[in-house]
Write a protein that binds this ligand. Structure first.
Ligand code: MN3
Length: 199
């Protein structure tokens, strides 16, 4: 199979109390596993079979099954990477970049959290690198900023705001889930993605 479910770098219960073990288990072993299998099934024998996931997502007019499952595969791979049970801080250099773009770290958090809380229905909030600048946006469903006609840019931080990501622990309180998310961001991973995204 072209795409594999990536191994989590922490245990299901490692992100508690912010994300509970049951949510992590279902989210990873059912939802992400499902997107991975459906993506593989959808691309077998097609022109997409030997392309990278980013090449696939950037292709205009993707068939619906490849778009939804490819986005689901890619978005969750990124999501697991930018979470960590070990609280860590932004480096001084990256913090300075955030402050230069948004005014302050808390102003960036506020804009990102607003993108996450105002996304109607299922979707994602993103911090991206667009034209070498930090940029915040959101997408519906499993759409990626990389896709044709979406907000654009290379995602470096993402938050899943589908109900399956928080409902067991937070029920309808999406704003609480968004607030607690900041406790488990892996800033080293975000910064590494930032460096890779610079052109
Ligand atoms: Mn999800």
């Amino acid at each position: 199979m072209p795409f594999n479910l990536p191994k989590l770098q922490y245990n299901y219960n490692s992100l508690e109390p912010y994300i509970d073990a049951k949510t992590m288990e279902i989210h990873y072993s059912k939802h992400h596993f499902g997107y991975t299998n459906k993506l593989n099934n959808a691309i077998i024998g097609t022109e997409f079979e030997h392309k990278s996931i980013e090449e696939i997502l950037k292709t205009p007019n993707l068939p619906e099954g490849i778009k939804n499952n490819g986005g689901g595969y890619y978005n969750h791979c990124l999501f697991w990477e930018i979470l960590s049970p070990d609280s860590n801080q932004l480096s001084a250099d990256f913090k300075a970049l955030v402050e230069k773009k948004f005014g302050s770290f808390s102003a960036m958090q506020k804009e990102f959290s607003a993108a996450a809380s105002t996304r109607f229905g299922s979707g994602w909030a993103w911090l991206c690198v667009k034209n070498n600048q930090l940029s915040i946006c959101s997408t519906a469903n499993q759409d990626s900023p990389l896709m044709d006609g979406q907000c654009g840019g290379q995602p470096i931080l993402g938050l899943d705001v589908w109900e399956h990501a928080y409902y067991l622990n937070y029920q309808n309180r999406r704003p609480d889930y968004i607030t607690e998310f900041w406790n488990i961001v892996n800033w080293a991973a975000v910064e590494s993605k930032y460096q890779s995204a610079l052109k």
